[in-house]
Design a binder for this molecule. Structure first.
Ligand SMILES: C[S@@+](CC[C@H](N)C(=O)[O-])C[C@H]1O[C@@H](n2cnc3c(N)ncnc32)[C@H](O)[C@@H]1O
Length: 312
């Protein structure tokens, strides 16, 4: 845990944007750094949830750990992206609204999109205002405000976390350690699947070892990294490279090109891993978000399928 604290010192501190009553500052500050991990993680999460559905036949309850303003739920449940949401909040008329008025509009905004989600979402975050917003606008069905790095789950937390089937996190490991994962697993009736997108400077072994005590086997997706965001300044860049070099991690072509890189870890009961290893259930499509110009897509299935032309 001390190791994470030292590594975190090399990352810019954004505590003030996590603690606002609405996500405008979050999108403005992190958006300006091309924060994209919810977008690049989303297709992978969708494939993992599909694999879980195939195995269990039930839609999962996902706990978004470090859920912040519910962005993973937004990009999974609706045809939205961080980029689209960022543009919404950058609108000057939006900037002038009170937090309450914005939440009222956002509730209607999310309700106006077709649901494309494959799970119900609940969230856990240390930031009470962020969780309150995510629940108020309908992105999360329920939220837990807690810091399991510092304290034990309360009875109401235990109740909320009993039915969790999947624990998901983007941009959160580093703030949380094996301690938080242990608390969540202690609350769950059955060991959940754990999907973690983790910056390469944060060693995942202590968390994998903790999950292993509950019978979960951890796989890392080989040969793929996921961009989290650009470095904020030269200090954050050089501190990160130094931290990675100390861990003997080669940064060439990756962080050395100016972007934080995350890896994917998936932990599941051994029987699930044996039935379908991670490499079999996930395909990474590079360049998916970079198409410029018109493209053709197929909408619907079977006899009802239609070809649509999507303008640039
Ligand atoms: C970089 S943000 C990531 C938010 C979101 N997952 C995303 O990718 O957009 C990190 C989040 O972790 C939360 N966090 C920090 N320490 C935490 C803790 N001990 N327990 C739960 N959440 C924590 C912060 O409040 C913040 O919302």
């Amino acid at each position: 845990m001390q190791q994470f604290a030292t590594l975190n010192a090399s990352k810019a501190n954004f505590d003030n944007i996590y603690d606002q009553p609405d996500p405008r500052a979050y999108f403005s500050v992190l958006g300006a750094l091309d924060y994209m991990i919810p977008d690049v993680a989303e297709p992978i999460i969708r494939q993992i949830l599909a694999a879980r559905y195939k195995r269990t036949g039930t839609n999962a309850t996902v706990l978004d750990l470090g859920c912040s303003y519910g962005i993973n739920a937004a990009v999974h449940r609706f045809p939205l992206s961080v980029r689209v949401l960022r543009r919404r909040y950058a609108n000057p008329e939006m900037a002038a609204l009170s937090a309450d008025d914005l939440a009222r509009l956002d509730r209607n905004y999310y309700a106006s999109w077709p649901q494309i989600g494959a799970a119900r979402f609940i969230g856990l975050d240390v930031s009470a205002p962020a969780v309150r917003y995510a629940v108020a606008v309908g992105l999360l069905e329920a939220g837990v405000v807690a810091n399991f790095e510092r304290g034990e789950p309360r009875p109401q937390d235990r109740l909320s976390l009993r039915q969790v089937d999947v624990v998901l996190s983007t941009g959160c490991v580093g703030y949380v350690t094996e301690r938080t994962f242990k608390s969540i697993l202690d609350c769950a009736d059955d060991p959940p699947w754990v999907v973690s997108f983790v910056l390469r400077m944060f060693p995942y072994e202590p968390i994998a070892a903790e999950l292993g005590k509950r019978g979960l086997v951890t796989e890392k997706l080989a040969g793929a990294t996921f961009v989290q965001r650009r470095f904020r300044d030269v200090k954050e860049f050089t501190d990160c490279l130094t931290a990675l070099e100390k861990l003997n991690i080669d940064t060439r072509g990756l962080e050395a090109e100016g972007r934080f890189q995350a890896e994917l870890f998936l932990s599941r009961p051994r029987a699930d891993v044996e039935a379908a290893p991670l490499a079999k259930i996930v395909t990474v499509v590079s360049g998916r978000n970079r198409t410029i110009g018109t493209r053709y897509v197929r909408v619907g299935r079977g006899a009802d399928a239609q070809v649509m032309r999507v303008p640039s």
